[in-house]
Design a protein around this ligand. Sequence first.
Ligand SMILES: NC(=O)c1ccc[n+]([C@@H]2O[C@H](COP(=O)([O-])OP(=O)(O)OC[C@H]3O[C@@H](n4cnc5c(N)ncnc54)[C@H](OP(=O)(O)O)[C@@H]3O)[C@@H](O)[C@H]2O)c1
Length: 258
Amino acid sequence: MPKLEPGQWAFVTGASSGIGECFAYELAKKGVNLILLGRDPQALERVTMGVEQESKVRFETLHCDLTRELDRAVSILQEFDVDLLVNNAGIGVYGEFLAADFSRYREMIGLNIVALTELSFHAGKRMIEKGQGGIINIGSLAGFFPLSNFAVYAATKAYVYSLSLALWAEWRKHNVHVLYVAPGSTETKFFERSRNGARRPKGSPGVMKPEDVVREAILAYERNRIICIPGWRNRLLPFFGRRFFPDWMVAWFAKRYH
Ligand SMILES: NC(=O)c1ccc[n+]([C@@H]2O[C@H](COP(=O)([O-])OP(=O)(O)OC[C@H]3O[C@@H](n4cnc5c(N)ncnc54)[C@H](OP(=O)(O)O)[C@@H]3O)[C@@H](O)[C@H]2O)c1
């Protein structure tokens, strides 16, 4: 069973806001020391002040753009010999496939796929040598469906889903656990950032708070679950969606509903 214990080290990417920030607070409450990675130094400082107020854990911050300075992140990851890697940093690009500048897709694939895979590779190697540890990969409900108007984002998360389950199967004999977390709509900067600053309509149903997403994810990790879909409404979507509708229909309908 994966255990989170005081004195362990966790490496959290995208810790400067949203879901990653909440991981920092929840892990600190458990006494887990933290390496917090993000791009925005001021936002990271705000998070570390919050962590300091709530707990006595040790922490390091790493200002790093994972699409440009991945090697630096890998060396810090190896230096601290981490017990838990939370691959949370991720971006989305919403809209018709040809409407965006291709550089945004390159950045998204670099972050959501390349950085996550390389960090998992190096963390997993060391954890297997130690015979313990774990990785929490933050995917999305979008990873279960082909989504028109979110085509590349959904495809990156489908990759994360597939990779996570395969690594879980490979590494379980080494006592290294891998959990795939698939949040639905969550109250963070993600919505605005993926839609060029557009605001989420007020009163959108089923939007979760990031702290609730993270509490469910940590519980699922400690219970040795392989997949965690936070929120009961969100759990219904893949359950019914995948059983009763062919993928082509989901792709077609998605254009109208998100
Ligand atoms: N919110 C949702 O509705 C939702 C739903 C499903 C899945 N998710 C997933 O949840 C994860 C966290 O997103 P969030 O909702 O918490 O959004 P968020 O508030 O926008 O946080 C994204 C985090 O990723 C970091 N990041 C972005 N680009 C980076 C880069 N190139 N290098 C390093 N860090 C980078 C950001 O750092 P800076 O702020 O410092 O730039 C920030 O800390 C993502 O993987 C997302 O796909 C979110």
